[in-house]
Design a protein around this ligand. Structure first.
Ligand code: ADP
Ligand code: GLC
Length: 518
């Protein structure tokens, strides 16, 4: 028998993605399987997920699910052997472009029911009501899966361990109390000691209270969320549960983000032969319609364009930087709040030939950006982990990032003045004012003009180890501790990777470029 873990999530690449969670889930499942744990991903059967998952077969029906009947489908992820379990329900059918919001950006009115039913379906799997193999551990990710630990206990299922990972505490799944009835949550659970949070029912709070373990995605963020500044109202609760809180950093899919082999970049390069980077820079300038200038420092921004990512600060700081450094170019790739998107677009008019902005979600452009730019600006008010700056580091594109959360753990700061420490790999800045950002970018431009120091930092950034094998091992340690007693040894004895039999459909899809639906 093999140790089995069910990773429950709302998104996973390459099926559906709006942020880093999707990258993390699939890469973690793969790394776990390589280390001999039979990890499967469970998520809603959004139309895109059903269309693109491979070899889907019915593995059960759940006629009594809250919000309407559901069908459990089982198959594999395109391009890998990771098993995927999809909950098909009419409720997910209209989620074609984005899993959470409609075309006007308004939250769907049945999010509570949709993700509540996902949790109920996961519990049905654990109860043996479907053909999906029974997991020893359910790994619930973010609020979308937050109800699972409590629902399991309410149904008296105690032979499954539960881990809740918080990828972003700002998103809590707080809904009107009236949702509770349809979700079959008894009144006794609707108290401030239980799921109630400021008059609402909170899925994340339920998870924090009932999971066997809670984890988050960097050591610094684990400490931050215990404070009022970063706790989003949950710091008291998390402090009360701090004995079961662990920090496990994410990794990076080093196969997908590899300067030496990236199929989405025009030239390849590595630590020992950086010549291809200038070809990538030229391609980037061309792709975004800027003049080709190998000596212009190219500053990139590539993320969700939101308040969390300090878009408001960036649109104030960047014009000043462009005034101060007349040769600099700015390239922006992102999507988010309309007002900030507009402010970035206005910069293209104010600085013609120097600023290029692509509003949208685009994988090819993201790879071109990380590979071809000289530096990546990543201002952020809080950052549980932060994958984007790490992607850029893999390509020797140095991050200029806020000193928060995962950024503290993964970037070694060159400081705002003086000599550059031997191990520096980027620049960190404090504060949320335009001046704080301007000072950090100015320092980056200053160092860019000092090739010895710049190349040293590039080497440090490119040789940092962000692989998944260490984090996967840490997760397995946690799974072992929370697995039912009789299954613990399965998590110890893992000699070989778990693989599925070859299937032609999966191999064929693996050759296709990745697409995203979000
Ligand atoms: P978050 O999950 O908070 O958005 P992360 O940095 O952890 O932050 O993950 C963001 C993910 O989304 C990365 O994989 C990044 O490359 C991707 N991404 C964000 N915006 C875009 C975009 N406009 N085009 C392509 N990829 C994007
Ligand atoms: C969230 C966080 C981001 C993290 C990602 C994956 O989206 O905002 O910092 O990298 O989850 O854990």
């Amino acid at each position: 028998m093999t140790a089995r873990v069910l990773l429950v999530t709302s998104e996973a690449v390459p099926l559906v993605k709006t942020g880093g969670l999707a990258d993390v889930i699939t890469a973690l499942a793969q790394a776990l399987r390589q280390q001999g744990v039979d990890a499967a991903v469970m998520m809603p059967g959004y139309p895109a997920a059903i269309e693109h998952a491979c070899n889907l077969k019915q593995a059960g029906t759940l006629p009594q699910l809250p919000g309407g009947p559901g069908i459990i489908l089982q198959g594999t992820m395109p391009g890998s052997d990771v098993p995927v379990v999809l909950l098909k329900s009419e409720r997910f059918d209209r989620r074609t472009a984005n899993p959470y919001v409609d075309e006007n950006g308004a939250e769907f009115d049945d999010n509570a029911l949709c993700f509540g039913s996902l949790a109920h379906a996961a519990v049905s799997i654990c109860a043996g009501e479907t053909d999906v193999p029974l997991p020893h551990v359910v790994h619930a990710n973010d609020w979308h899966a937050g109800l699972i630990p409590a629902l399991l206990r309410m149904r008296g299922i105690s032979d499954v361990g539960t881990l809740l990972t918080i990828h972003n505490l700002a998103f809590q799944g707080n809904f009107a109390m009236s949702a509770a009835t349809e979700l079959r949550i008894p009144d006794a659970m609707l108290t401030p000691e239980q799921f109630e949070f400021w008059g609402k029912i909170s899925f994340l709070k339920a998870g924090i209270l009932h999971a066997d373990r809670i984890s988050t995605v960097s050591r610094s963020y684990a400490n931050e969320i215990l404070t009022p500044r970063f706790g989003h109202g949950f710091d008291g609760l998390l402090n009360a549960r701090r004995d079961i809180l662990v920090a496990i950093p994410n990794g990076v899919d080093t196969g997908a983000w590899d300067p030496a082999r990236d199929p989405l970049t025009v030239r390849h390069f590595s630590l020992n032969d950086m010549r291809g980077k200038s070809g990538c820079k030229r391609d980037l300038q061309q792709l975004f319609g800027l003049p080709i200038d190998p000596f212009a420092p190219v500053l990139a921004v590539g993320s969700r364009i939101t308040h969390q990512k300090m878009a408001d600060v960036a649109v104030e700081a960047l014009p000043q930087v462009l005034e101060d450094f007349p040769r600099a170019q700015l390239i922006v790739l992102g999507r988010g709040d309309h007002a900030y998107e507009q402010a970035f677009l206005e910069m293209t008019e104010r600085f013609p030939g120097r600023v290029a902005v692509h509003i949208g979600y685009d994988e090819r452009r993201a790879h071109a950006l990380h590979a071809g730019a000289d530096m990546l600006l990543h201002g952020t008010r809080f950052e549980p982990f932060g994958l984007t700056p790490l992607y850029s580091m893999r390509y020797g594109t140095l991050p200029i990032a806020s000193r928060v959360g995962g950024m503290i753990d993964s970037i070694v700061d060159a400081g705002l003045e003086g000599a550059v420490p031997e191990d520096a790999s980027g620049i960190l800045f404090d504060g949320e004012e335009a001046q704080d950002m301007v000072a950090a970018i100015s320092r980056a431009f200053e160092l860019y003009a000092r090739p010895n120091e710049w190349h040293l930092m590039q080497r440090n950034a490119m040789s940092a180890d962000f692989s998944w094998s260490g984090p996967a091992e840490q997760y397995i340690g946690v799974y072992r501790d929370i697995a039912p007693a009789e299954a613990r040894t399965l998590f110890d004895k893992r000699n070989t990777a778990v693989t599925l039999p070859e299937n032609e459909e999966a191999a064929e899809v693996a050759a296709m470029p990745e697409y995203m639906t979000a």
